[in-house]
Design a protein. Structure first.
Length: 343
């Protein structure tokens, strides 16, 4: 078990065993993510009741605490379906936490690309990461991720702190651009060298979308590394827009998995099938500013005209090297804090 999972499990073990709602007969318990919880409650929850007579209880959570709950409840699952970032999902898969998907009961799986699904889970969305910039102050956005080091942006940039997956996405992409050699002794070393050039331009290492929004609203920054859903959340009249770098956007993919040992496998499969349906995928994308995965999804014409998340942008997006992240998270975090944020 990784140090991350061990530490997190210890912190939430008692709460997970005491406070998590039991999956009562006829009730499916789902751990959602905040970016899609509203869409789940508005679309899937009523359909589960109308179509199958199943009540659904949802609780939004970050992926690390959700994984810790899954670990704590391994012998007697209280949560039936988990929605997790790819890294924690992979950790859970290695720990034997996820049941095989009953593929025959999830027909919408057929319309999800093969590289986004396996026996233990299926991706249902991507958070799409690139540049947010204030068009009132920057007429032409940067093209390359390396442009974040341009001196003209000194004191005008925000990037995430390393507790966010988005910081790892930046570091990993910088490593690729710089020709990183995959040195196991110094993981992402070339990325760190590039990040050191960007650091003097950084006004704030932000901790979440709300903080980033405030930085833009207060006029403290002009440029940031972050996800499209943050820019969309500011509203169509905002001067803050999102664009992908020429190297391709970074994709933080989110997976759905069924807890091993759940007694609600059929209902879980029905839930995931609705999660992957073209109708829900379109609602999720338009409401949340995230990417769809079902190839049959059709966005409304008005949204498709204005959204920067075109099929081409999503197709050109880059998956994150989660094997590197899971194997070296503690080391990478410590180095980021020491060499980047502390400078």
């Amino acid at each position: 078990m990784s140090r991350l999972v061990t530490a997190t499990c210890a912190a939430v073990l008692a709460a997970a065993l005491v406070s998590s709602p039991a999956a009562a007969q006829g009730t499916l318990v789902v751990q959602t993510q905040g970016s899609v919880d509203r869409a789940v409650r508005e679309f899937i929850v009523p359909k589960m009741k109308a179509l199958y007579g199943v009540d659904v209880s949802t609780t939004p959570s970050l992926s690390a605490p959700a994984l810790a709950k899954a670990m704590a409840q391994k012998s007697s699952p209280q949560i039936d379906v988990f929605m997790l970032d790819a890294g924690p999902w992979l950790q859970g898969k290695a720990a034997g936490l996820w049941a095989d998907l009953p593929t025959a009961k999830i027909p919408n799986l057929a319309d999800v690309p093969a590289d986004l699904k396996d026996a233990k889970g299926v991706a249902y969305t991507h958070l799409v990461i690139g540049f947010l910039y204030d068009t009132a102050k920057i007429s032409t956005p940067p093209k390359s991720i390396a442009d974040l080091a341009d001196p003209k942006y000194k004191g005008k940039v925000a990037v995430p702190t390393f507790s966010s997956t988005f910081a790892f996405a930046l570091l990993a992409n910088l490593d690729v651009i710089a020709g990183g050699k995959g040195d196991a002794a110094k993981p992402l070393d070339a990325g760190f060298a590039s990040m050191k050039k960007i650091a003097p331009n950084v006004l704030s290492f932000y901790g979440g979308g709300a903080q980033l929004v405030n930085l833009f609203k207060q006029g403290e920054i002009e440029l940031a590394w972050g996800a499209n859903h943050v820019a969309q959340g500011l509203g169509k009249d905002s001067t803050v827009k999102w664009t992908a770098p020429v190297e391709g956007a970074a994709l933080s993919t989110v997976y759905a998995a069924i807890a091993e040992g759940t007694k609600n496998t059929d209902a879980a499969a029905q839930f995931i099938n609705l999660l992957l349906s073209p109708e829900f995928q379109a609602l999720m994308a338009e409401q949340g500013g995230v990417a769809f995965v079902n190839t049959k999804t059709e966005l409304s014409p008005d949204y498709a005209k204005t959204s920067p998340l075109t099929r081409e942008v999503i197709a050109a997006g880059k998956q994150l090297p989660w094997d590197v992240f899971n194997a070296n998270r503690i080391v990478l975090n410590e180095r980021w804090q020491r060499d980047i944020e502390a400078k």
